[in-house]
Design a protein around this ligand. Sequence first.
Ligand code: SF4
Ligand code: SF4
Length: 74
Amino acid sequence: MSTKQKRRCAMVDQSACVACGYCVKVCPKAAISIFKGVYAWVDDSLCIGCGKCQKVCPASVITVEVKEREEALV
Ligand code: SF4
Ligand code: SF4
């Protein structure tokens, strides 16, 4: 059984990310990492959509969006 849940999550425009790592430093949930030193990658399961990464990104490539996802009921 599953249910649909709406939650906020950060999205990175990876083609424009300059891999500065500022977002990684401010994330309270350690949800962002720099993938292969090339671009930021958000772990959807950890991100709480707080928007801190979005505020510090010098390239303005992060947006926080509402996503709908299936959650398994345990
Ligand atoms: S929105 Fe908040 S929790 Fe999500 S990746 Fe950005 S700083 Fe981390
Ligand atoms: S702060 Fe912005 S430009 Fe810097 S690594 Fe994060 S997403 Fe990329």
